[in-house]
Design a protein around this ligand. Structure first.
Ligand SMILES: [Fe+2]
Length: 302
């Protein structure tokens, strides 16, 4: 079948009606996006002569795998694409420099304890894991120390599990999760048990997709950050351990140049020195987090 089938009058009429194009009610921008998105799916169906069974298998895949949508989106490159797109728009607007942004991933939990000083992130036992010490300074575009910053930090344990999402239920709710309130010097420091990399759940929707296209579902060991401060653009980023076997082969495309420090490992301790540089906020919107759905737990009182 010729791909122009999608451009035929009955299909174009169907697209208009399905997207509500001729209805006066509704969001005009949403109608246009929905129409183009549906047309691009139709075009792909015709281009590859997708069969009825393949079509319904694809629908079944998303229905069955909806719990893993937060892994499928980075796995297919869309989450990293959004970073590249925002970078390109920033460059066009003359906004360059600073620590690169990279994917948030699906495992942030709001409400972690707000703490100060040289912070211990790991409250649960994690036998045999190296101790990680990480410290540095948060500066602005002119090298000035950023005042009143809050560093949100979260990472997995040495088994590759995140608290709150750990199927072994061995971790307390905010293990390896803190919000660190910085002083006027912009210096931060924390220590914890070194995380390990992890893979997507074996046999799950993401794993099955990766295997079907000949890829793997592994991430290198990494530490996630949000950094927020009045007057600065909230930074979403992570550092990935430069000496991890998957440092250059991250299934989620979260590793980026400038975010791959190699820890200084001495015995059972690893040290990372890493400075963050924030961009100045152009408006109040820049200081906010994106609106993605996140887990939320009440901050413990103790
Ligand atoms: Fe992660």
């Amino acid at each position: 079948m010729d791909i122009n089938f999608v451009k035929s009058e009955p299909i174009q009429t169907l697209l208009d009606r399905a997207a509500g194009v001729n209805d006066s009610q509704g969001d005009v921008r949403l109608k246009a996006i929905m129409r183009d998105l549906t047309e691009s799916i139709m075009t792909t169906i015709v281009k590859y002569d997708v069969t009825e069974n393949e079509f319904w298998n694809a629908i079944k895949y998303f229905v069955d795998g909806i719990d893993e949508i937060g892994l499928i989106i980075p796995g297919v490159g869309l989450e990293h694409f959004m970073d590249l797109y925002m970078d390109a728009k920033d460059a066009e607007a003359g906004l360059t420099g600073g620590t690169p942004r990279t994917i948030e991933g699906p495992l942030y939990v709001a409400g972690a304890p707000l703490v100060e000083g040289n912070v211990n992130l790991t409250v649960d036992p994690d036998e045999g894991a190296q101790v990680l010490h990480m410290q540095g300074t948060v500066t602005g575009p002119d090298g000035e120390a950023v005042k009143n910053a809050i560093v949100h930090v979260w990472h997995a344990n040495s088994k590759g599990w995140y608290s709150h999402f750990d199927p072994t239920t061995e971790q307390t709710p905010f293990n390896n999760r803190r919000r660190i309130k910085l002083g006027d010097d912009g210096h931060y420091a924390f220590h914890s048990k070194q995380p390990s990399g992890y893979s997507v759940p074996p046999g799950g929707a993401t794993d099955r997709l990766m295997q079907a296209i000949g890829r793997h579902g592994n991430r290198p060991a990494h530490v996630h950050f949000f950094i927020e401060a009045p007057g600065y653009r909230t930074l979403t980023t992570q550092i990935n351990f430069g000496d991890d076997p998957f440092a250059k082969d991250d299934f989620a495309f979260g590793t980026r140049e400038g975010l791959l420090p190699v820890p200084n490992r001495q015995g059972d301790t690893a040290y990372i020195a890493f400075d963050f540089q924030m961009q100045r906020a152009a408006g109040a919107d820049d200081e906010h987090f994106s609106v993605r759905r996140r887990a939320e737990v009440d901050t413990p009182s103790a």
